[in-house]
Design a protein around this ligand. Structure first.
Ligand SMILES: Nc1ncnc2c1ncn2[C@@H]1O[C@H](COP(=O)(O)OP(=O)(O)O)[C@@H](O)[C@H]1O
Ligand SMILES: [Mg+2]
Length: 255
C-alpha cells in the first residue's frame, strides 16, 4: 500500500494538435542477409509526403539492397510500412499501393517502343494515352515515342525508365541511381523533375552514389556504410559529419 491516501491529480491533457500525417514510407529495423553477409543491418528512416530523401553511401554499402527490400525483391526482416500499414510482401503488390520505382539496371523492353514501355503499367486504364503523352512531353520523349528503346541513347533510356515510373502518378517514387551515367545537363533536368514530383505531394526516395546531386535535390540524407546508418540529417548536417567524410575514404564531401 502506498503511504499516500490522496492520489495525484491527473496530468493536464496535451494541447490539442492536428494529427501529423503518417510517413508515406516508414522503414524500421530493416535487415537483409545473404548467407553470412549482413548487407543491411538495423536500418530505419522515414519519407514524408512531398519529401525527397536520399540514401547514399560508398559502393557495396547496401543501398540497392535497402531498395530491393522495400520492393520485396529480397527477403527482409524488420518493418516496412506504407501510410502506417505493412508494405506488400510481393513486388506486384506495390503498384496498387501507389508505389513506383526505377531500377539500377533500368529493366526496359528494348524491342518495344518508348510509348509501349511507358504505358506498360497503365495499359488497361482509361485516360492512359493522355497521361502517357503528358509524361512523354515532360521528359522530352515525344519525338522518339514510336522508336524502339534499343535505338535510344543511354540518357534517353534513363528518361524512359523515369517516365514509366511516373505515368501511374505514384505517391511514393523509388529511384535507384537515377543520376548514374548522366552528364551535367541531364542531371540538372533530373533534379528539376524530381523537385516537381515532390512538390505535387509525392514522397521520393533516391538511392544514389552521386553525392553532389543528392546534396542539391534531397531534403534529408541517410548515409549507409557496411549496411548500417552512420549519419542522417539535412544535406548541410551530413556534409560536415566526420563519419561521412571517413566513409568516403577521407575525401571531403564536396557540395
Ligand atoms: N543477391 C546478392 N547475393 C549476395 N550478396 C549480395 C547480393 N546483393 C548484394 N549483395 C552484397 O551486399 C552488399 C551490398 O550491396 P548493394 O546493396 O548492391 O550495395 P550498393 O547498392 O550500396 O552499392 C555487397 O557486399 C554486395 O556484394
Ligand atoms: Mg547499388
Amino acid at each position: 500500500m502506498s503511504p499516500r491516501s490522496v492520489p495525484d491529480p491527473p496530468a493536464d491533457p496535451p494541447a490539442a494538435a492536428a494529427p501529423a500525417a503518417p510517413p508515406r514510407l516508414d522503414v524500421r529495423g530493416l535487415r537483409v542477409a545473404f548467407g553470412g553477409l549482413v548487407a543491411v543491418d538495423d536500418v530505419s528512416f522515414e519519407v514524408a509526403p512531398g519529401e525527397v530523401v536520399a540514401l547514399i553511401g560508398p559502393n557495396g554499402a547496401g543501398k540497392t539492397t535497402v531498395f530491393n527490400a522495400i520492393c520485396a525483391l529480397v527477403r527482409r526482416r524488420g518493418e516496412v510500412l506504407l501510410d502506417d500499414a505493412p508494405a506488400p510482401g510481393r513486388p506486384w503488390g506495390l503498384a496498387p499501393r501507389g508505389v513506383a520505382r526505377t531500377l539500377q539496371g533500368l529493366g526496359l523492353f528494348h524491342g518495344l517502343s518508348v510509348r509501349e514501355n511507358v504505358t506498360v503499367p497503365i495499359a488497361d486504364r482509361r485516360g492512359a494515352a493522355a497521361r502517357a503523352d503528358e509524361v512523354l512531353a515532360r521528359l522530352r520523349l515525344t519525338a522518339v515515342a514510336e522508336r524502339p528503346v534499343a535505338a535510344l541513347s543511354y540518357p534517353d533510356r534513363k528518361r524512359v525508365a523515369l517516365a514509366r515510373a511516373l505515368v501511374g502518378a505514384p505517391s511514393l517514387l523509388l529511384l535507384d541511381e537515377p543520376a548514374g551515367g548522366l552528364g551535367a545537363d541531364d542531371i540538372a533536368e533530373l533534379g528539376a523533375v524530381i523537385g516537381e514530383v515532390a512538390a505535387s505531394g509525392c514522397a521520393v526516395l533516391l538511392v544514389e552514389h552521386h553525392v553532389d546531386f543528392v546534396m542539391r535535390v534531397a531534403d534529408r540524407i541517410v548515409v549507409l556504410d557496411f549496411g548500417k546508418v552512420i549519419a542522417a540529417g539535412t544535406p548541410e548536417q551530413v556534409r560536415t559529419d566526420p563519419r561521412v567524410e571517413e566513409a568516403y575514404l577521407g575525401r571531403r564531401v564536396e557540395a
